[in-house]
Design a protein around this ligand. Structure first.
Ligand SMILES: CC(=O)N[C@H]1[C@@H](OP(=O)(O)OP(=O)(O)OC[C@H]2O[C@@H](n3ccc(=O)[nH]c3=O)[C@H](O)[C@@H]2O)O[C@H](CO)[C@@H](O)[C@@H]1O[C@H](C)C(=O)N[C@@H](C)C(=O)N[C@H](CCC(=O)O)C(=O)O
Ligand SMILES: Nc1ncnc2c1ncn2[C@@H]1O[C@H](COP(=O)(O)OP(=O)(O)OP(=O)(O)O)[C@@H](O)[C@H]1O
Length: 525
């Protein structure tokens, strides 16, 4: 990846050491070395790169210095432990490239990457969205808004990386800093003028977005998720909140529909505007009022405390998508657009299709594929579909292996509380025994069953594996007036079982099952 851009000269290693207070090894002829990029993985290292050898959960990156040098690395940035490993082991690498040592290289990696690439984030408008749920959807809606205003947009998130018309599937929600700054450089070169990205809490904790000061950031909500990584909800919240500080952002938009949003609004370290629905909207800067809800769209108005307002439509089911749309609209307004301009640019409202997010894949029965993979998202997705479901509401879902065990039983309970036919199946078991995960989800479902029955609701509960079979059976069993929600995997196309990845695309399975479905036949899953 070229890094010179219009800013001109490549950065030298000597200047890097000077800028970041690092010591160049006296013996190396480092002064003449120029840098073309940065990488923290030998598999993404190219000619002229600085290889950041970081300590990891599984292995120290210093173990990969030799292959990184083979791939073209001209210098290494590491910590003391990494330097010791390099001195002990990779003799070839040690003698061929200079090694710079920092106390905690991850803490400077974002700024180093930005510096090597001539601060690309300063050359575009940057928008960042954080929150447990709604990041992907909000970024797609904001992308639609900014492009309809004439902007040339770039998108970085869970589903894909988009630079103009070019799309690449994403590996992480938020890329590591070296890749992020390289991508921003590519976007600047492609004349992108607005970059919209998802900022995960992992990214904030791991300093992946360091070196970017976003023009506008937004917070959607916080619910229990990723607690295995964060250790507890307070740490999870504090990590999200760190985006709302001058080191990361200039202005913020905070959805105050939950208590975490209200807490963030009180403690944000930057200028923010708040957005709220119903009672939460009365004290907010922008109040959301829903005017009309249909199966596939909602008409709503956002009104500022000054009286300015905007009425539009979001063509995605679910009230939470109104909140996502409102956040995206207010982010655009915070970046200098007016409600009148937005009205003019969006004559038919917001029509973005978000891959695997409340995506309508078939009708009769209506089949929706959604990424809901925690209890709260599952509850909201089912609640969103209930009013427009004339028949029974089915849900096919599982829980991921190796993380957040606590949410499994809660997802089982939520499914029983909100659906009429519950089909528990596999998600991504990873290296865990799939049947054991299903059993934990089932235990939560079974515990909730008596309460559902006491209210007179008949809930059919099934365990079906593998996932493909579960989707096919649910669709065969459903009647034309029923709705089948296939939750948890959204746009994903690979399922990992015991270390092996298999192709599995829920949307594809729905289409196949629909084509095989006999209109008269219904049978039990
Ligand atoms: C917890 C976490 O985020 N871990 C990330 C971290 O792993 P690690 O430091 O433990 O890496 P490691 O495997 O021990 O390797 C150590 C070092 O050696 C390097 N290496 C390793 C192997 C090799 O062959 N060559 C090589 O150079 C690695 O790049 C790394 O720098 O650094 C790796 C290198 O960038 C990441 O790939 C890895 O993300 C893993 C894949 C991951 O799954 N992260 C998820 C949890 C994540 O970040 N998710 C959030 C979204 C969450 C959500 O909202 O759903 C995201 O933003 O994507
Ligand atoms: N504002 C919201 N509040 C609650 N749930 C939401 C909201 N927006 C979307 N959801 C639900 O969460 C699921 C994931 O949505 P989306 O992909 O937009 O969020 P995300 O934050 O990007 O998630 P992830 O980080 O896991 O990729 C959706 O499929 C939907 O079920």
């Amino acid at each position: 990846m070229s890094t010179t851009g219009e800013a001109g000269r490549p950065r030298t290693l000597a200047a890097l050491a000077d800028a970041f207070g690092l010591t160049l090894p006296a013996t190396s002829d480092a002064a003449g070395i120029t840098l073309t990029g940065v990488s923290l993985d030998n598999r993404t290292t190219a000619d002229g790169y600085l290889f950041a050898a970081l300590p990891g959960a599984r292995v120290h990156g210093a173990a990969f210095v030799a292959p990184a040098v083979e791939a073209g690395a001209v210098a290494v940035l590491t910590d003391a432990a990494g330097a010791a490993l390099i001195a002990d082991g990779a003799e070839v690498a040690r003698t061929r490239v200079p090694v710079l040592v920092a106390d905690d290289p991850r803490l400077i990696l974002g700024d180093v990457s930005a510096w090597v690439h001539h601060e690309p984030a300063e050359k575009v408008r940057t928008f960042g969205v954080t929150g447990t749920n709604g990041k992907t959807t909000t970024t797609y809606l904001l992308e639609e808004i900014l492009s309809s205003l004439g902007g040339r947009t770039g998108l970085i998130g869970t589903v894909e990386l988009k630079v103009g018309p070019d799309r690449t599937p994403a590996r992480l929600t938020t890329p590591e800093a070296p890749q992020l700054h390289a991508l921003l450089t590519e976007m600047v070169a492609a004349d992108v003028d607005a970059v919209i990205m998802e900022v995960s809490s992992h990214a904030l904790a791991l300093h992946r977005v360091d070196g970017v000061v976003f023009d506008v950031v937004a917070f959607t909500n916080l619910t229990e998720d990723h607690l295995d990584f964060h250790g507890g909800i307070d740490h999870y919240f504090a990590t999200k909140a760190s985006l709302f500080t001058p080191a990361h952002a200039r202005r913020g938009v905070v959805l105050v529909d939950d208590a975490w949003g209200r807490r963030l609004a009180e403690q944000a370290g930057i200028d923010i505007v708040t957005v709220g629905t119903g009672a939460a909207g009365r004290d907010a800067d922008w109040m959301i009022v829903i005017n009309h809800t249909a199966a596939d769209h909602t008409d709503f108005t956002i009104t500022h405390s000054s009286g300015r307002s905007l009425s539009t439509t979001v063509h995605l089911p679910g009230r939470f998508n109104v909140a996502n749309a409102a956040v995206a609209l207010v982010m655009a307004i915070e970046s200098g657009t007016t409600p009148a301009e937005l009205n003019h640019a969006l004559p038919h409202g917001l029509r973005a299709v978000v891959p695997g997010r409340m995506e309508l894949v078939a009708n009769r029965p209506r089949c929706i594929v959604d990424f809901a993979h925690n209890a709260d998202a599952l509850r909201l997705a089912l609640a969103a579909l209930r009013p427009s479901t004339k028949g029974r509401l089915f849900v096919v879902f599982g829980a991921t292996g190796e993380r957040d065990r606590g949410k499994r039983a809660v997802m089982g309970r939520v499914a029983v509380e909100h659906a009429d036919v519950v089909v528990i199946t596999d998600d991504d078991p990873h290296d865990e025994e799939a049947s054991a995960i299903r059993a934990e989800v089932m235990a939560g479902a079974l515990r909730a069953l008596p309460a559902a029955q006491r209210t007179g609701r008949a809930v059919d509960l099934f365990e079906v594996a593998p996932r493909r079979t579960a989707i096919h059976r649910a669709i065969r069993f459903a009647g034309p007036a029923d709705t089948v929600l296939i939750a948890g995997r959204g746009h994903e196309t690979l399922q990992e079982i015991a270390g092996v990845e298999y192709h599995l695309d829920d949307r594809e399975e729905v289409r196949t099952a629909m084509s095989e479905r006999s209109p008269q036949r219904t049978e039990e899953p």
